[in-house]
Design a protein around this ligand. Structure first.
Ligand SMILES: [Zn+2]
Length: 112
């Protein structure tokens, strides 16, 4: 037994580190965007290494393509279209659709 902790321990720790990294990214964003992007990259690396999933609540916060940390109005654009959230990365232009499963009345209206 040379490994520290069990596999599920490691996963729990990985999940914790991922959420810490994302909150750091949020904190640092206003004065160091590069650092925020770096946090996203690290979080994704941890997720890959430990084979854990990035929590759904964090999925809209980064760009899958270029690993940018997305902040609405700064590095990303968030739109609601036909009950779906469409997030556009302003850095590389890639889109991402996230079904909200909520009311269908928000067609075409921007949420702020
Ligand atoms: Zn991007």
């Amino acid at each position: 037994m040379s490994r520290k902790g069990t596999r599920s321990d490691r996963k729990l720790i990985a999940m914790e580190r991922i959420s810490i990294l994302f909150s750091k990214a949020e904190d640092f964003f206003s004065w160091n965007q590069e650092y925020s992007h770096h946090c996203v990259r690290s979080a994704r690396l941890i997720a890959m290494k430990e084979r854990v999933k990035i929590p759904p609540r964090l999925k809209g916060k980064y760009c899958r393509k270029c690993n940018s940390f997305l902040v609405s109005g700064v590095t990303g654009r968030v739109r609601i279209y036909r009950g779906r959230v469409i997030i556009t990365c302003l850095n590389c232009g890639s889109h991402r659709r996230i079904p909200t499963g909520r009311s269908k009345k928000s067609n075409g209206k921007e949420k702020n």
